[in-house]
Design a protein around this ligand. Structure first.
Ligand SMILES: [Fe+2]
Length: 304
């Protein structure tokens, strides 16, 4: 059975500057740098999922074609649990390479902050955390633009993926195992939009880490694409940033956990289905307010 994403491999646009900016971006994002060479970077999340960034001429990319021009995602390694009948490698209709190997991720005892929801007090004599920055726990999901939705869904279903929810004819949320997070792959067909990477989501511990991580990225000068906000489909909190090595990167927390009893739903695409609410342009990491608000950067409680 596929358990989740073990490793993603991106390729740069070939320039040394792109490699250097990608390195800085993922360092600021909160991943730990494991290995560095002139044509390769290797990062890890807390549970050992890896992000690999290669120069397009790297030998490991030989014989494969990118799904779009420029820096982008080139390969996904899916971690497996137990026996599998899957081939070692499969290429999806977009040209993205998928590999299947025993999972090498670590089991963590880490816990997100408990909530004191009405009637469900879980945090007693304990404050909830304020994060100075994020440290993503794992790679949650990938999102691809497609121009061949039906064929792509068929490909992922042939690997054992299940439909969690859909925008009929427009989008498919697919999870790799009956029990687990709402989606590992989301395929989005937008008229006139070429195939390619839309974003990669990194799971953090709780909503507070989405905010703390996003504010730290903002302070480091990275540009918000959208967020923070909340997705009604999957219930997750999100904050998207532009990523120099292709697409967007997302901090994601509190997504729905599904089982085999989940009944897939169908939605009509629209702004309120994509986001219940969202901050356009992010929150300034210094003033901790919307960037367009001249707040002066001080709260009433701060010493003046
Ligand atoms: Fe996402």
């Amino acid at each position: 059975m596929i358990e989740g994403i073990d490793r993603l491999t991106y390729c740069t646009d070939g320039s040394a500057e792109n490699l250097a900016r990608s390195k800085q971006c993922f360092m600021d994002w909160g991943l730990s740098l494991q290995h560095e060479a002139s044509d390769e970077l290797l990062f890890e999340t807390l549970n050992g999922a890896q992000v690999r960034i290669l120069h397009p001429a790297h030998l490991d990319l030989a014989g494969t074609a990118p799904m779009e021009e420029g820096a982008t995602l080139r390969e996904v390694v899916w971690g497996m649990q137990g026996d599998t009948a899957l081939p070692a490698t499969a290429t999806d209709p977009h040209g993205l390479v998928h590999r299947f190997a025993p999972s090498r991720k670590r089991v963590l005892s880490l816990q997100g902050s408990a909530s004191n929801a009405w009637g469900h007090v879980q945090r007693v004599n304990a404050p909830s955390p304020v994060y100075e920055r994020a440290q993503p726990v794992e790679i949650g999901h990938i999102v691809l633009f497609t121009q061949q939705l039906a064929e792509a869904v068929k490909f992922y279903e042939s690997l054992g993926f299940l439909m969690s929810d859909s925008y009929p004819g427009r989008g498919a949320f697919l999870r790799c195992a009956p029990q687990g997070g709402h989606h590992d792959v989301f395929l989005l067909q937008v008229p006139g939009k070429a195939q390619g990477l839309n974003h990669v989501a990194f799971t953090v511990r709780d909503i507070h880490e989405v905010f703390g991580g996003g504010l730290a990225m903002s302070r480091a000068g990275w540009k918000t694409q959208l967020g923070p906000g909340r997705h009604p489909v999957s219930s997750a909190y999100f904050w998207y940033f532009e990523c120099p090595v292709g697409g967007l990167i997302e901090y994601n927390a509190d997504e729905d956990h599904l089982t085999e009893n989940w009944q897939p739903r169908e939605f009509t695409p629209g702004p309120t289905v994509f986001a219940e609410w969202a901050i356009d342009g992010g929150i300034d990491g210094h003033t901790r307010r919307q960037p367009q608000v001249a707040a002066g950067g001080q709260f009433l409680s701060e010493k003046r």
